[in-house]
Design a protein around this ligand. Structure first.
Ligand code: FAD
Length: 466
């Protein structure tokens, strides 16, 4: 087993400040694990109802989170936050707006701008037993394409992200997120997707192109071929820089480009995942075809003998997917209800956990969700199957600033937990924040429990000083 996957000892993993004298049942289970007897975590222990999960947060951090979540509980405000922010910025001017936003929304959801700020934020996270998953907030959709030079600049930023992810003391078993559309134009991804519906591309050809061979892909125009080759070579540089150091999790985007993103990701997996899963793909369980796509990935990983890393999410683009399906008069690709999406999520999770129980070195998964029931499901199945909590094959992921009660409780129990951490200036991260707020509005509006736990912790601090 590589040193990167080495299980850590629990005492190192737990902040002593989080273990109070009246430790509740959850923490009692952890304490006994520290003495070497690993207690099973039954689902009823994972109620995520202990406000002491927030013990390490300052009063200001608790108050800030409470105010931000209160704001997010109003759908009209979240839906119009982009316009609201643009209007306020125009009214106040860029610098004053930045000064206003920085200590509140920005500080809640973004790690910082300078390396020093990011390091301070990451060190704190690390002391709580959480791992970083850095995310460069670059994203493009159709019609937003920029020239080759801009993609090269994005590559430099991504390579910097790879470096920052692994070179610091706080970076233990690091992961980072990658949007392929930051390095290859969304237009080309859409074009490839339509070609892939007619004929399959051989993964080996893409790997050869990554290695610099001049290959012509059937169906593409000359300029598209040139851009594709350059894009694959940019992705190859990310693979080479991260192999053995940082796990690169490729984001899933819209169904009109996902097949191309998956093809490219699979080629990266074929090249870089021969011994371990360094490149991962994302599967969106709100899609009716998600189970089939996951099974297809598993088959390809077997056929081509590479390790498979999976980021399992529900999916962030539901509204747009549905709107497009109506406009184009085709079947809605998204499950018809949240309950159907939940069933799909649990089914995909079970497929992966069954594989991991048999071959933990070959398959890996990050259960990327804020949904407590899914987390409980994963934990229960892991315990039943004897999958190690921090063995490296299964980990959990939430966004920075969201559902800390879930992340911290899991980390305290010895599970491997990652926080997706965007960084950059207020200007650079603003579009990202607006998109994330709108994509996650169901979660943001539903976090009544987190608000209540924050209130309880604040009340407790007021009664008991220190
Ligand atoms: C670490 C991390 C990485 C992520 N990476 C990606 C990524 O690469 N691509 C991506 O698309 N998303 C990504 N997401 C976002 C994710 O897909 C979800 O939007 C978000 O996490 C909310 O889902 P949940 O499981 O946390 O919460 P829940 O509240 O349990 O579920 C909300 C989700 O359920 C689905 N849903 C809600 N209502 C309905 C309905 N009526 N019918 C059908 N489905 C419904 C939607 O997907 C909605 O986002 C990521 C999230 C995390 C934490």
């Amino acid at each position: 087993m590589s040193t990167l996957l080495r299980p850590r000892s629990l005492p190192h993993f737990i902040s002593p400040r989080l273990l109070g004298t009246e430790a509740p049942r959850v923490l009692a289970a952890v304490a006994s694990q520290c003495q070497g007897q690993r207690q099973p975590v039954s689902a009823d222990l994972l109620t995520f109802e202990d406000p002491r999960a927030f013990k390490a947060k300052s009063v200001w951090e608790l108050t800030r989170a409470l105010c931000v979540f209160q704001f997010c509980s109003f759908p009209k405000l979240v839906n119009n936050c982009g316009k609201l922010m643009s209007f306020t910025r125009a009214l106040m001017g860029r610098s004053a707006f930045s000064l206003l936003l920085r200590p509140i929304v920005y500080a809640q959801f973004v790690a910082g701008e300078t390396e020093g700020e990011i390091a301070a934020s990451m060190e704190k996270m690390s002391s709580l037993g959480l791992h970083p998953m850095l995310a460069v907030p670059i994203e493009e959709d159709l019609g937003e394409s920029t020239g080759e030079r801009r993609y090269d600049d994005n590559l430099a930023t991504m390579l910097e992200c790879v470096k920052m992810s692994h070179k610091n003391a706080w970076s233990k078993d690091p992961m980072m997120q990658l949007k392929i559309t930051a390095l290859v134009s969304p237009e080309l991804c859409v074009r490839l997707t339509s070609l892939l519906a007619k004929e399959k591309y051989d993964l080996n050809r893409l790997v050869s192109a990554m290695n610099g061979e001049p290959i012509i892909f059937p169906g593409l125009r000359d300029s598209e071929n040139t851009h594709f080759l350059l894009g694959l070579q940019r992705l190859n540089q990310i693979g080479e820089a991260s192999e053995g150091k940082v796990r690169v999790l490729v984001d899933a985007e819209y169904t009109y480009m996902n097949p191309a993103l998956t093809l490219i990701t699979m080629a990266m997996m074929k090249k870089f995942n021969q011994k371990q899963a360094w490149i991962w793909n994302t599967y969106q369980c709100y899609l009716k075809e998600s189970r089939m796509l996951l099974l297809d990935a598993i088959k390809r990983s077997m056929d081509h003998s590479f390790c498979l890393g999976v980021k399992l999410v529900r999916g962030a683009y539901m509204d747009k997917e549905r709107k497009l399906a109506v406009q184009e008069d085709r079947e809605d690709p998204v499950h018809r209800s949240w309950e159907h999406t939940n069933d799909s999520y649990n089914a995909c999770l079970d497929i992966m956990l069954n594989l991991i129980a048999q071959k933990p070195d070959q398959y890996m998964i990050i259960v990327a969700t804020h949904n407590e029931a899914s987390v409980r499901h994963a934990v229960t199945r892991m315990e039943e199957m004897g999958i190690e909590r921090d063995g490296g094959s299964v980990c959990f992921g939430q966004l920075l600033g969201m559902c800390d009660h879930v992340s911290l409780t899991l980390a305290q129990l010895g599970f491997s937990v990652y926080k997706s951490v965007p960084y950059g200036s207020v200007d650079d991260t603003l579009p990202y924040l607006v998109r994330r707020a709108q994509e996650n509005r169901t979660v943001l509006q539903g976090i009544r429990k987190e608000r209540e736990l924050l209130r309880q912790e604040l009340r407790r601090r007021m009664r008991v000083p220190g």
